[in-house]
Design a protein around this ligand. Structure first.
Ligand SMILES: CC(C)(COP(=O)(O)OP(=O)(O)OC[C@H]1O[C@@H](n2cnc3c(N)ncnc32)[C@H](O)[C@@H]1OP(=O)(O)O)[C@@H](O)C(=O)NCCC(=O)NCCS
Length: 169
């Protein structure tokens, strides 16, 4: 049997419903209460830095990046990163993340933060934020607050509260 190829594509407006259903299956209704979801609601994700994974035409995964600030410094919040359960453990999550980070770097972004498990996200260059250096605007396990530098040394000297970068207008 031939396997259909995986493609990583920029998110399109028509993907929104399928991505929302993927979140519903993955995170359930409790997702709206999560601190990271609330930040994303405030800012809205950047479609040009959000990607879908497809096998054939089927959408099997999604990653989004949202503009934030840490103190006064601009950064991005990564997530949700989600892969349909039957398609997990094939490298799709990592491929989505690497594509989003590469595109963000290419566009001149320097810092990406997320809330997640360090053993997984370390594969894409994330490490724990020293306690107190940056704070989410709601309850988050400090061990799960991670950062990746897209430019060497970009996180040095950066500190403060994390908040959504509100859209202009
Ligand atoms: C996390 C997630 C996106 C990974 O997608 P994926 O396509 O399976 O990821 P990959 O194939 O790139 O990597 C899979 C590997 O990561 C490991 N892994 C997955 N989640 C992990 C976690 N939370 N902690 C440590 N390791 C983890 C798997 O065990 C697997 O290990 P292996 O390579 O030794 O087999 C997917 O499991 C998912 O959608 N989970 C639910 C949503 C979620 O928790 N998202 C993150 C928070 S927003």
């Amino acid at each position: 049997m031939t396997e259909l190829a995986l493609t990583i594509l920029p998110e399109a407006p028509a993907d929104a419903d399928a991505i929302e259903r993927l979140y519903e299956r993955t995170f359930g209704p409790g997702r709206y209460a999560r601190t990271a979801f609330r930040i994303r609601e405030g800012a809205g994700h950047l479609v040009e830095l959000s990607f879908t994974a497809r096998i054939g035409t089927l959408l099997v995964g999604s990653v989004r990046l949202t503009p934030i600030r840490i103190g006064e410094i601009p950064a991005l919040l990564l997530g949700p990163l989600t892969v349909e359960p039957p398609f997990r453990r094939r490298g799709i999550g990592l491929a989505l993340m690497k594509r989003a980070l590469a595109e963000a770097k290419r566009k001149g972004h320097r810092l990406v933060v997320l809330v997640g498990d360090e053993p997984y996200y370390a594969r894409a260059g994330f490490r724990g934020i020293p306690k107190g250096q940056a704070r989410m605007p709601g309850p988050v396990d400090p061990d799960r607050l991670l950062v990746a530098e897209l430019a060497e040394g970009a996180f040095a000297g950066v500190s403060g509260p994390i908040r959504a970068e509100w859209k202009a207008g």
